[in-house]
Design a protein around this ligand. Sequence first.
Ligand SMILES: Cc1cc2nc3c(=O)[nH]c(=O)nc-3n(C[C@H](O)[C@H](O)[C@H](O)COP(=O)(O)O)c2cc1C
Length: 230
Amino acid sequence: MEEFIKVSGSATSVEEAILTRHSVREYENKEIDQEIWTELLNLTLRAPSWKNSQPWKLRIVQGKSKDKMANALVEAAKSNPPSPETNWPESYPAYAKKRMFDLGMKIYGVAGIDRKDKAARDQFMLNNFKFFDAPAAVFITTDFDLNYYVGIDMGCLLQNLMLSARHLGLGTCPQAALGAFPEVVRKELNLPPEEKVICGLSIGYPKNESNLNQFHTPREPKENLVQFFN
Ligand SMILES: Cc1cc2nc3c(=O)[nH]c(=O)nc-3n(C[C@H](O)[C@H](O)[C@H](O)COP(=O)(O)O)c2cc1C
């Protein structure tokens, strides 16, 4: 099976959507039409969840609301450490650290950033909070108590959202970073105190002529990850 390297156009099968989905970090300056949102959300919300509890709420920002949110998040990120409501992992197995290091090297490489240049890396990191200039961002929130299965449910939702977006010709970038400053998001979206910010996702039409978008991450061979017991 050939691996697709494609950044624009619509995926016409589940296989194509899976193989061509990747994190998009440069977007065209083009809004998403309401009919596309409707189709995207109809597909996304078919995600499975623990006992069909559907713990998610989706808060979509675009236009002026998106710009206002981006400004507030960038300001927060410039002067505060992240304070997520979800538990961000603190340690990893050595082999996972290597994968993460390799990812950083590759991203900074295509972005033309010297890994030792902390100021440039910090500046690049701020692009997360500007939604990589995407026309819209989706914040995923919940008023459920956070537990492992709510996390799994959210993962199912996110994957549905990302693959459905590919089907509709949209690119996405899922971002833990967008859950780094939940108080800012809560204030901008006027969320009730019990609603927690899980993460966010930038979404829009991918820029084709973009080094960052041509960059595709590798995967571990299945022999290293999967074992059959017959
Ligand atoms: C839960 C989650 C959180 C992520 N957070 C970020 C983030 O904050 N910023 C970012 O640029 N990418 C983020 N990513 C994207 C990953 O880096 C990316 O999915 C991974 O490197 C694999 O690359 P691909 O999505 O292009 O296949 C996140 C992905 C997931 C699933």
